[in-house]
Ligand binder design. Structure first.
Ligand SMILES: *Cc1c(COP(=O)(O)O)cnc(C)c1O
Length: 357
């Protein structure tokens, strides 16, 4: 064991880091594995301020996002991606013997962030129809000290929304005891389903948002927490002193301008058009025996030939994501929706694969 290994905290020694698409796969020229936007937009930077530290929370950015999300400025905290917000919630609210609750299959970073903070994770799997198992959540609440509950809606990697009444039940169940974080990383693809307005009614609700998906800005690392100002104030004690760099603030503010929002909406519409094509094609392919209805910019489907299909696509430079090792996701692969040309290439390769069977 190296010196570094022997000095490393016990909970980190055994930790398997998040296998992000960029970290676990390389090569390829059509990337449909990280739910990114296929559109690379251009921005202008004012470099006259780079000798100065940025504002703790860049004013223009916070105003723009509050207006976009239809909440008050005091109800927004910008962070280095939604991923940082996940960790901030855990570091702000969980004591050593307290736990988070997640409902797998879901986004992997909740459990990994908890583990890096030496906080336990209670897993209450979704029911077979992918709805929340409310009786099991209630039981878990009695058996563990749960401080943060993560609900992902639309859920990654299944793509479906959680029902509003189920989310309300969870908020009420934990009204006095835990923060309920609703991760809306993909909400632009089902915008009318947001629970953001509820932050005025539920003192324990935090909504997580990101610029990484519909806004096409995964590369700048910018996300938000929407919550009542007491939650925002608590998280503001823990966040780094200058979490949002000037370039990030400038780019994100432009993306949230009137023109930026129009462009986002038009690009989103194009992504949804391509999703329609992919959904229809998956319906037609005989070797696909199920696909889950998607409220997001990706589609999860099942095939008995997942390994061979995955490899055949890699052969064509097309990277998708294998979720078949996860609970309830036997035989499952996930496709992120790309551009029209990328969809052409994907569907051609998927049809050609069918011909080889
Ligand atoms: C992509 C994703 C995130 C991470 O967002 P960043 O802002 O890029 O950190 C968070 N939650 C879910 C469900 C995601 O899919």
């Amino acid at each position: 064991m190296s010196l570094a290994d022997s000095l490393t905290r016990k909970n980190i020694q055994g930790l398997v880091p998040y296998a992000s698409a960029r970290r676990s796969m390389s090569g390829g020229n059509i990337w449909l594995n990280a739910n990114e936007s296929p559109f690379a937009n251009r921005y202008e930077l004012d470099d006259s301020v780079f000798n100065r530290y940025p504002d703790f929370q860049p004013k223009e950015l916070i105003e723009a996002y509050a207006a976009y999300a239809q909440v008050e400025k005091t109800q927004v905290l910008a962070s280095r991606g939604a991923d940082e917000a996940i960790e901030l919630l855990i570091r702000t609210f969980c004591e050593n013997d307290e736990k988070i609750l997640i409902c797998p299959p879901t986004y992997g970073m909740y459990a990994i962030s908890a583990e890096t903070c030496n906080i336990g994770t209670v897993k209450v799997p979704l029911k077979s129809d992918f709805t929340l198992d409310l009786p099991a959540i209630e039981k878990a609440k009695k058996e563990h000290k749960i401080k943060v509950v993560f609900i992902c809606s639309p859920n990654n990697p299944t793509g479906h929304l959680m029902a509003a009444d189920q989310i309300k039940t969870v908020l009420n169940l934990f009204a006095d005891s835990a923060i309920v974080a609703v991760d809306e990383a993909y909400i632009e693809f089902s915008a009318e389903k947001t629970v953001a307005p509820w932050i005025n009614d539920y003192a324990n609700l935090a909504v997580l948002r990101t610029m990484s998906k519909a806004f096409g800005l995964a590369g700048i690392r910018c996300g938000y927490t929407l919550a009542n100002e007491n939650i925002i104030a608590a998280m503001s004690k823990v966040i780094a002193p200058y979490p949002i760099s000037w370039p990030v603030a400038q780019i994100a503010s432009q993306a949230l301008s009137v023109n930026g929002l129009e462009r986002m909406q038009s690009q989103l519409a194009q992504v949804l058009e391509q999703k329609e094509r992919i959904v229809n094609a998956l319906d037609q392919l005989e070797y696909v025996y199920e696909q889950l209805p998607s409220a997001s910019n990706f589609v999860l489907f099942r095939t008995k030939h997942k390994k061979a299909l995955f490899a055949a696509l890699v052969e064509q430079g097309i990277l998708i994501r294998d979720y078949s090792q996860q609970i309830m996701l036997d035989d499952s692969l996930r496709i992120s929706i790309g551009s029209e040309q990328e969809t052409d290439a994907l569907l051609e390769a998927m049809r050609a694969f069918g011909d080889t069977l």
